[in-house]
Design a protein around this ligand. Structure first.
Ligand code: ZN
Length: 539
């Protein structure tokens, strides 16, 4: 069992009666009073993987899904010059030889035959912690797992390993000196500093903007301080995200913060609370204690049923106002899945070869650990959560159908969710919520780009955009499971089980990464870590 040390950062509850405004600094997707004081994780090593970028790269004969909602179309030839898409040429019809004229390759140009393969825009993980602080994994581990699953952009909410660490990787990824997706850093609000005035708050926002932050991740705050931070962030072009921790949600639910200018809602907390009709506070049992994580998660599983029902006046009014405010929902359904099916998550196919032993250790139930709340997780707890999910999914589908923006994020690195794998699962869950697979892909690509304010550069396959692409042999719309690094098992014509799938190539910035090679690297990291632990024990 890992021991966690507490650092005496400002981590106390705000009181509306108190004249001094204190606020909570949340260092993860939920507040914990146990902060790990790990040494900064190891930086990602220099890049040895990937080919390119090329003066000219031609992808021949693929079927492309543009990410903006168009149906699949192919065969097409896609021309990439350096890191930009410069041509998308329709070259024929499926099932018959190509007779149309095709873009010509000159000496030295790179051509890749992707006949009958699907080409999608690079995925955007809108909630991707790089690991380290809590998980004790290295940067290389999470970065390679993301890329291997087609994720070419990661919004890093909180950047808990500090400005220096995150900015090093942001810049190295930009220069492609490391093997990594684009990293968009949102700094954790406050970040260990205590400030109580509007002036100090604004000063802090200006400071992090200078350091390179693209946004702020909140966990909750006093409305006055929150507003000051949002106002300053807007002025500087920074975006914002918030996990509405229960400690502050009574005076700042999802609708309150959207009205003050918050741009994205992380997870779901604050949304049922905005739809309360017969209460103002969640129906806590009287022996509830927030620092008992089984209490926190067990009771959270009963929250959606306390809110106004689907189709009610209140439900519709909250939905419509949030949409009118251009508010983004980033649900990260995947991260709560152990709550509805613990055994599934604990025994997922990928743990054996891809879950680092330190990460596995971090996942185990503990009253000290973060998000390891199954001290005694019962049938009833799982049933409550299944019902919770049903309402939540209905809201997401309804939100999407009325024009609201839903994005795709994973929050992997907690609760048995492994980087990359956890993200693909989110695609499946969006489909379960009622999204057509093309709507799922839209959430995973252009919607994320819009929420980041980067839709001119990434998020769809279009001329002039960055060459961030995912290439797969199977049709992902038919079965998202084929995107898992461990692939998908099915029977062949001879009744023999075969494994298909896994991403074939991830292209980022015009550089072609062989996804299978990246997975091999990760398997080797995990193997070496296990070896090391075994040897340390033997010593
Ligand atoms: Zn998080």
């Amino acid at each position: 069992m890992m021991m966690k040390k507490t650092k005496n950062w400002s981590d106390h509850q705000s009181s509306s009666k108190s004249k001094t405004i204190s606020f909570i600094i949340i260092l993860s997707f939920f507040l914990s009073s146990f902060l790990t004081l790990a040494e900064t994780p190891k930086n990602a090593p220099d890049r040895i993987r990937g080919e390119g970028p090329f003066k000219k790269l031609i992808l021949r004969g693929g079927i492309f899904i543009n990410g903006e909602g168009a149906p699949p179309r192919g065969p097409v030839d896609i021309v990439i010059e350096n890191n930009k898409i410069t041509q998308i040429v329709d070259v024929g019809n499926p099932g018959v030889p190509i007779v149309k004229s095709r873009p010509k390759a000159e000496f030295g140009d790179k051509e890749v035959d992707v006949s009958d393969h699907y080409i999608l825009p690079g995925f955007i993980d809108m909630h991707g912690h790089m690991g380290g602080t809590y998980q004790h994994t290295t940067a290389e581990y999470s970065l390679k797992l993301w890329l291997a699953h087609g994720i070419t952009t990661v919004r890093e909410p909180g950047s808990f390993n500090g400005a220096e660490f995150v900015m090093h990787h942001v810049n190295a990824s930009k220069k492609n000196t490391i093997t990594a997706p684009r990293i968009i850093p949102y700094f954790g609000f406050g970040w260990g500093e205590t400030f109580s005035t509007v002036k100090e708050t604004k000063k802090w926002v200006r400071k992090i903007a200078k350091q390179g932050a693209k946004g702020i991740k909140f966990g909750g705050a006093h409305p006055k301080i929150f507003k000051a931070a949002i106002d300053e962030a807007k002025k500087l072009g920074l975006r914002t995200a918030m996990h509405h921790a229960q400690l502050d949600v009574v005076h700042l639910d999802a609708l309150d913060s959207a009205r003050l200018g918050l741009t994205t809602l992380e997870h779901w907390y604050g949304l049922p609370e905005a739809m309360f009709e017969n209460q103002v506070i969640q129906n806590y049992p009287l022996d509830y204690n927030y620092n008992n994580e089984q209490h926190r998660f067990g009771e959270a599983g009963k929250l959606w049923l306390q809110a106004a029902p689907p189709g009610s006046e209140k439900w519709n009014a909250v939905r419509d106002e949030l949409i009118a405010l251009d508010f983004t929902l980033n649900p990260t359904m995947t991260i709560y899945e152990a709550s509805r099916d613990l055994m599934r998550e604990r025994n997922a196919d990928w743990h054996k070869e891809y879950t680092s032993p330190v990460l596995w250790n971090f996942f185990q139930a503990s009253r000290y650990a973060h998000g390891s709340y199954w001290f005694d997780w019962t049938t009833q707890d799982e049933i409550d959560w299944k019902k919770n999910y049903q309402r939540w999914m209905m809201f997401l589908d309804d939100y999407k159908n009325h024009g609201g923006r839903v994005t795709t994020g994973s929050d992997s690195g907690f609760i048995y969710k492994v980087y990359g794998f956890g993200y693909i699962r989110e695609l499946e869950l969006l489909q379960e919520a009622g999204f057509h697979p093309l709507e799922v892909i839209k959430s995973a690509t252009i919607n994320g780009a819009q929420a980041l304010g980067m839709e001119d550069q990434i998020g769809s396959i279009a001329v002039g955009k960055m060459a961030d692409l995912v290439i797969v042999k199977e049709n992902p719309l038919r079965n998202f499971k084929t995107l898992y690094g461990t692939g998908h098992v099915k029977l062949d014509k001879n009744n023999k089980p075969i494994i298909v799938g896994g991403v074939k190539y991830t292209i980022k910035d015009g550089i072609i990464f062989d996804a299978k090679k990246l997975l091999e690297d990760v398997r080797n990291i995990v193997k070496a870590d296990k070896e090391k632990i075994k040897n340390d024990k033997a010593r």
